[in-house]
Ligand binder design. Structure first.
Ligand code: 9WN
Length: 517
């Protein structure tokens, strides 16, 4: 401890500078990812931001999550953007007039009082709520924070597990690259190639007003993003089979981690969390069964409508995908399920169907399923061939954060992280978003190579969970150093650490703060 005359230590200044970013991005009820590029509230950003904010203001951290969940739809989905009505429409694309949540999302139960997008993002929220609670349990209890969050978080997981189990094997599918959060990952190249892009003149990108074009997705990518989102909107945001459906390892791992957190939240509220822990373990098993590739030493994405360059487990490339045994056995179409859930707003009736059937039972769901104490039977659903996508994305390493992984899977992930494709500790200090040796690798273009701070935070946790203390310490040190050196950049060149995208980025500041503690 220094005296009043000592200059502030660099430790102090990291904390102060990170807190300043979060103050500058705070809008009164939530925090924007970036004042310039992303001037609204984003779903998974808010979860990461709350995890850091809890060290500065537990009250603001609770409010951050409350604001997001207040925009939850009656079918349980948590929208990926909650729009700030005081921001001009042309500040971000796609704006509220594109999504038209109040009208197009009426059947799915979009809220009437706020405008939102209609797609989702990774479910980091229950994990965040639990960590936020632990930062100040007294305040949390006094405000009834967890008691108010719990039904909403449970409805959110229910939506994902029962409306988005499009592959019928228990895992959740994303229906748009923006949902997974790594927008232009090379993993999406094959599934996106099948989508007819919306004409370039039919929309105007606002991101290029702030971001360098060579650091951002291409116009062709955007044409496809717009087409997919518009089709989903025009179908009333109904979760039936669309043109894009992918089971992603990070999205599902985050759901599993959040399901474990929800079990702890239930425990804190005096209920039993056992069934949720058990469900999380079954999902972990499904993740390994469905997405683990021993030849790659990592998890891969599964394209449910494979028709291009996909392969079966083990590394051999099958040009047209291979019919999946799980599908051949018949699986569930969640959209045709029966039953009802409690609308989180208590605002009128919806009948969100949930599915449970062959695949659920195959994974041991049934009497102990937290949402289905009695079990149920649902007609089988058939769909076309699916296949693993032969691309190495950081997404395929994120399941390392799960404590219930088989030991040999965790060990292989640690090897892959430090091996030639990700080079951690050798050629890179933060985890690159994509394979350093991959054909599509680009050190500056968004999710096609650059290192992001949220994924390094997740992997730091994963390394620690699996006893890799030295590697975790090194990754932690790199996050702290690079976050500060880049003025809390959105992402960095994985080799040089050069800042890319926005600076003063919300989750970079928040997660550096968290690791600082
Ligand atoms: C689309 C806000 C979001 C992040 C995503 C990141 C980027 C949006 C965009 O910014 O996506 O949702 O306009 O590029 O890819 O992970 O949540 O920070």
């Amino acid at each position: 401890y220094g005296t009043a005359c000592d200059p502030p230590s660099s430790d102090t200044s990291l904390r102060v500078r990170a807190a300043r970013v979060l103050d500058a991005n705070w809008t009164g009820g939530s925090t924007v990812p970036s004042r310039s590029l992303y001037p609204h509230q984003w779903s998974w950003d808010s979860a990461f931001i709350a995890i850091g904010l809890r060290h500065v203001s537990p009250l603001r951290a609770q409010t951050e999550l409350e604001t997001l969940l207040a925009a939850q739809w009656a079918d349980g989905r948590v929208p990926h953007i909650v729009f700030n009505p005081s921001v001009p429409l042309d500040a971000y694309f796609p704006s509220p007039d594109f999504w038209r949540s109040a009208t197009a999302g009426r059947t799915a139960g979009a809220p009437r009082t706020v405008q939102t997008s209609g797609i989702v993002q990774p479910p980091v929220h229950a994990l965040a709520a639990w960590l936020v609670h632990r930062a100040d349990p007294g305040l949390s209890r006094a405000r009834g924070f967890l008691a108010r969050m719990y039904p909403r978080l449970a409805a959110w997981h229910r939506y994902l597990l029962h409306r988005r189990d499009l592959g019928g094997a228990g895992l959740v599918s994303v229906v748009h690259p923006w949902e997974q959060g790594m927008d232009n990952s090379p993993c999406w190249d094959a599934p996106l190639a099948r989508i007819t892009p919306a004409p370039a003149r039919s929309f105007r990108r606002a991101d290029l007003d702030h971001g360098a074009p060579e650091d951002r997705p291409t116009d062709l990518d955007y044409g496809r993003y717009v087409r997919l989102a518009a089709d989903y909107r025009d179908a009333g945001y109904a979760d039936e089979e669309g043109e894009f459906a992918v089971e992603d390892p990070a999205f599902n791992a985050l759901l599993i981690a959040s399901e474990h957190a929800l079990a702890r939240i239930a425990g804190e509220l005096g209920a039993a969390g056992t069934a949720r822990h058990a469900r999380a373990e079954r999902l972990t098993q499904a993740l390994v069964d469905r997405l683990w590739d021993p030849a790659y030493g990592m998890f891969l994405c599964r394209d449910l409508h494979a028709g291009g360059a996909t392969h079966e487990r083990g590394g051999s490339v099958a040009p047209h995908g291979v019919a999946d045994a799980l599908h051949a056995q018949g699986a569930v179409n969640p959209a045709h399920g029966q039953g009802a859930t409690t609308p989180p707003h208590g605002q009128g009736a919806t009948t969100p169907p949930h599915g449970q059937g062959a695949a659920d039972l195959a994974h041991g769901r049934g009497p102990s399923d937290p949402d289905h104490p009695q079990g149920a039977s649902i007609p089988p659903h058939h769909q076309g061939p699916s296949g693993l996508i032969p691309e190495r994305s950081v997404s395929g390493l994120v399941p390392l954060m799960l404590p219930g992984l088989p030991r040999e899977v965790a060990a292989a992930l640690v090897r892959t992280l430090g091996g030639p494709h990700f080079g951690l500790g050798e050629r890179t200090r933060l985890v690159p978003s994509y394979d350093l040796l991959g054909e599509a690798f680009d050190p500056h273009r968004y999710w096609r190579g650059p290192a992001w701070f949220n994924t390094s935070w997740l992997l730091e946790r994963g390394l620690r969970v699996h006893g890799e203390r030295e590697r975790a310490d090194a990754l932690r040190a790199a996050v702290l150093e690079l976050a500060e050196a880049t003025d809390f950049a959105e992402y960095v060149d994985p080799y040089t650490g050069e800042a890319c995208g926005a600076t003063g980025f919300g989750w970079t500041a928040a997660l550096a703060l968290d690791l600082h503690h």
